[in-house]
Write a protein that binds this ligand. Sequence first.
Ligand code: SF4
Length: 457
Amino acid sequence: MLLRHTPKEITERSALMINPAKTCQPIGAMYAALGIHGCLPHSHGSQGCCAYHRSTLTRHYKEPVSAATSSFTEGSSVFGGQANMLQAIENIFAVYNPVIIAAHTTCLSETIGDDLKQIRKKAITEGKIPEGKYMISASTPSYVGSHVTGFSTMVKSMAGLAETTGKKNGKVNIIPGWVEPSDMEEIKRLTTMIGVKTIMFPDTSGVLNGPLSGEYKMFPDGGTTVAELISAGDSIGTLALGEWCSAAAAHELDTKNKVPCQVLDMPFGLKATDRFIDALRIIAGVSVPDELSLERGQLVDMISDMHQYLYHKKVALVGDPDQLIAMTEFLVSMDMCPIHIVTGTPGKEFERRILEITKDMPFAVNVRAKGDMFLLHQWIKNEPVDLIIGNTYCKYIARDEDIPLVRWGFPILDRQGHQYFPTVGYKGALRLLEKILGVIQDRKDRDDPESKFELVL
Ligand code: SF4
């Protein structure tokens, strides 16, 4: 009983978070930056922040994550970190030779007022950014927002590189949001299948799910190239997947480069994937290929075959807003009942969307943006669930309350596979469903009395 001190009685808290359902803004900025080919993320702050952010990403993706740091000491904390940053820019280009540096701030550098945009201008004026090299930046203090807002801010900075030449490139920008490298690969497979030419950014496939080749590459082969980011300003449209992760970048391209955008939910589950495929189909002006209809049909078949095991199963969810909105819709569409839903990321719109999706469910729903896992645990104590879906930190609640857990989201520190097996699209939904059914049926096998123990389920 590791969480045995969690009381059942809920008291309102306004100034205290216990077991947050989020992590630092810079982690999101760093993950997004790794989706640009030849990019070295840079943490403008102390070494400790940078080490923590890198190690969290490494533990989740099981790949080395390189990032530079301004390495603040007492002096830079008092007098400002501009000198460190300028020195870092020189050193990084001289020693590691990336195509681009994607710098983000931390709590400390934000608190003392460092302005990365101004420092970048100074670096350009002083000739510290070589010809043909780039630097972008994001303001990511962790005392506001979450890893999701950090991700979104860095992706918006990427959109800032886009240029308009007046000649359209015939491509569609896809902003996939914070999904796994495997999901980004799957999104590219789907767009290719439909015949849409795309520029996807960021793209961590081939970066954080690479093979063991015996050769270390400072900059792996994957990632969106800077040339593609620049060309994004000439695209015919943008599909942004996820309001929280991707809408800001899409709106930036819309206002700055006049590239019209559409913001969709992330394509997790049947309905959200349908909407994504429909949007691609309309853009491409084609019919949905038979191969894709087959994948959809297989998903619908498995849902209808297994519906009896899913019907009215109560679920607790924790994670990030874009993922949770799509997952909630997926569960409700299969007659499952997500009754406790928490995200650590702020945004009342999240609560409104969840309540809208669950409005016809037969049970009352607890939903909280900017909530924590302590509250989720209390809700579960008051109204138990059959299943928890969330990141690795849920394992403490799952163990204490003896509830099956499906690991999904970020971070997953104690299981493998998420980097390689997508959960977006129809095939991804099949995998999600297989995982959900697996734990529900395992539990049934464990708990059924001998008289009801069946060989065939
Ligand atoms: S909360 Fe702030 S100071 Fe702490 S690791 Fe995150 S960015 Fe650094």
